[in-house]
Structure formats: C-alpha cells, structure tokens
Design a protein. Structure first.
Length: 142
C-alpha cells in the first residue's frame, strides 16, 4: 500500500476538481478549438469519452470553456485561465454562505501580509475605477 492509501489494485480516486483542472490544462495546451476526443486522449488515465463530455459540460456551465458546433460534435476552447477558474470557485463558495461578511473576514485574516497588501491595492484600484468609470486605468496601477 502506498502512502496515499492506494493499494495498486484500483485506480486512485481523483480529488474534487482534479479532473476539471486536468481537462482545462489540456485545453490550454491545445493548438486551437478541439474535440472532446482530443481532450480524452491528452488527459488519458482510461477516462471514458462520456466522462470527458460531462466534465466539459460542467465547465461550460461555469463559463470556464466555450464550445462551437462542428458538424455533429463540438469544438471546445478554454474561456478562462487558472486564475479566472479559481475566482469562480471562490465566488461559488461565497455565494453559498449566508454570512458573507464572516466568510470574507475569515479569508482576509488568513492571508499572508503581502497578499493582504495586494488585496488592498486591488480594492483601491476598483474604487478608483468606480469613481471614474469613463477613464481607463494607467499601465501600472496595480
């Protein structure tokens, strides 16, 4: 038995979101829009075609990918980079809680000082944009 509890007889269960991350990574490496079969081949691991299509469809619902009809199938493209997908996940968690203030306060209190300063800078930038919505930000405001 390995340290992660895997006994070698069955494939290891992937963690929540791991397949989505693998599919998105494959799409980011693609030369352009690709089929689900292309993604299946790149992700590997004996993943069923229907599983890949399910993951792509879930990512579509999260606005993390786009698709365009190509004959009887679809061509898939990443719509979001890793940062955008992480932001979507964070927003989903926040939207699922009733006390948003408590969640945000707990999150901010766990940030290292450099990240806390970055967050303050980004919030200041957002405030300045709200005050002057018709002006574009300068080249290095953050």
């Amino acid at each position: 038995m390995t340290r992660d509890g895997h006994d070698g007889r069955r494939p290891r269960r992937r963690g929540q979101g791991e397949l989505e991350a693998q599919v998105l990574a494959a799409l980011r490496e693609a030369p352009g829009p690709v089929t689900a079969a292309w993604v299946q081949e790149r992700v590997g691991g004996g993943l069923a075609y229907t599983t890949v299509v399910t993951i792509l469809t879930r990512l579509l619902a999260k606005s993390a990918v786009t698709r365009a009809r190509d004959g009887r199938s679809f061509l898939w493209t990443p719509a979001a980079d890793g940062a955008a997908l992480a932001a979507l996940r964070m927003r989903k968690v926040l939207d699922g809680e009733t006390d948003r203030g408590a969640v945000l306060a707990r999150f901010v209190s766990t940030l290292p000082p450099d990240d806390g300063q970055l967050l303050r800078d980004l919030l200041g930038l957002a405030d300045r944009r709200d005050a002057r919505p018709d002006e574009a930000p300068g080249p290095r405001e953050v």
